[in-house]
Design a protein around this ligand. Structure first.
Ligand code: CO
Length: 280
C-alpha cells in the first residue's frame, strides 16, 4: 500500500467577495486554480463585523456544488426557489446548484466571530443541469469519532472507523473530515487510491509522514497530497485543527466564468443568457 506524501504546499491569498466580505482564497487562485473536482476553497474568519457584515447578497450559481462548513457565527441563506435555512456553528450545508439558482448568504449577527469554509465541488457534465438540491445538517447530525488517542474527527462526508458522515454524492464520492489533534497525536487514514486529496491546517501544525520523509504543514497552509492509499498525519502543534478533503476527479474540460462552471464556452454563454433572462 503506497503512502500519500505531500506534493506541494500553498498559502491562501487574501481577497474579498460578495458585498465586501474579507476572506482567504486557498483553491481558485493562481497558485492552485483547481484540484479536480475541487474548484475553490475559501476560508473566512474574523471577529471584526465590518469584515463580514455586508454578506453575500443575491448571486447565481450553475453547474457545481457549494459546501459551507461553519465553525463560528450564524449565516442565513435564502434562494429564489423558496428555500431558506440558518447555518449555525458546526453545521454544514451542501448545495447542488445544478441548472441554476439565485441565492443570498447573509450574516445573522452584528458582532462576534464569523469563521468557516466554503468549498466548491464540480459536477460531471451529466449532472450539471440537474434540479438544485440541498443537504443541510446541524452540528448534532455530524458524527464525532475518537479515531485514535488524542484524535477527534468530525465526519462530514466519508467514513471513519465504520461511522459515516451524512453527506452523499456518488458522482465525486467526497471525503470531508474535520480533524482535531492533540500534540503528538497520529492519525492514519486510507483514502480511495485515485481520489485527489488535500489537507488544510487552520490551527496548530502537523507533519505528513511517508516513505519520502516527513513534511511539515503549518497553520493556514494547504498541502496537496499525492495519490495513494494510506495517509499518516502527526500533530506537531499543541492543538491542531485541519480539514482533510478528497474526491474522485472528473477529468472533464472545465469552462469557468465567475459563479458558472460548465464544460464548454458555449455552455457558459448559455448560462449567462439564462441568468439574464431570469430562467434560474
Ligand atoms: Co453562493
Amino acid at each position: 500500500m503506497s503512502a500519500r506524501h505531500l506534493l506541494k504546499t500553498i498559502r491562501g491569498m487574501a481577497t474579498s467577495d460578495g458585498a465586501g466580505v474579507k476572506l482567504t482564497r486557498v483553491i481558485g487562485s493562481p497558485q492552485l486554480m483547481e484540484l479536480d473536482p475541487f474548484l475553490m476553497l475559501d476560508e473566512f474568519g474574523t471577529d471584526q463585523p465590518e469584515d463580514y457584515i455586508a454578506g453575500f447578497p443575491d448571486h447565481p450559481h450553475r453547474g457545481f456544488e457549494t459546501v459551507t462548513y461553519m465553525l463560528d457565527g450564524r449565516m442565513r441563506h435564502r434562494d429564489n426557489h423558496g428555500n431558506s435555512g440558518l447555518l449555525v456553528p458546526g453545521s454544514v450545508q451542501w448545495m447542488s446548484a445544478g441548472r441554476g439558482l439565485v441565492h443570498s448568504e447573509m450574516p445573522e449577527q452584528e458582532e462576534g466571530r464569523m469563521r468557516g469554509f466554503q468549498l466548491w465541488i464540480n459536477l460531471p457534465a451529466r449532472l450539471k443541469m440537474s434540479e438544485p438540491r440541498y443537504q443541510e445538517y446541524g452540528p448534532e447530525q455530524i458524527p464525532l469519532v475518537e479515531a485514535a488517542p488524542g484524535v477527534r474527527v468530525k465526519v462530514i462526508a466519508g467514513e471513519v472507523a465504520g461511522v459515516s458522515g451524512p453527506i452523499e454524492q456518488p458522482a465525486t464520492a467526497p471525503v470531508y473530515l474535520d480533524l482535531h489533534l492533540g500534540e503528538g497525536a497520529r492519525f492514519e487514514y486510507s483514502l480511495p487510491h485515485s481520489h485527489n486529496a488535500f489537507v488544510y491546517v487552520y490551527e496548530g501544525g502537523l507533519e505528513v509522514e511517508s516513505g519520502m520523509g516527513n513534511s511539515p504543514l503549518a497553520a493556514r497552509q494547504l498541502g496537496v497530497l499525492s495519490v495513494g492509499e494510506a495517509l499518516r498525519l502527526r500533530a506537531t502543534g499543541e492543538d491542531t485543527r485541519a480539514i482533510l478533503v478528497a474526491g474522485q476527479p472528473l477529468r472533464e474540460p472545465v469552462a469557468r466564468y465567475g459563479p458558472f462552471v460548465m464544460n464548454t464556452r458555449q455552455e457558459i454563454i448559455e448560462a449567462v443568457e439564462d441568468f439574464q433572462a431570469g430562467r434560474f
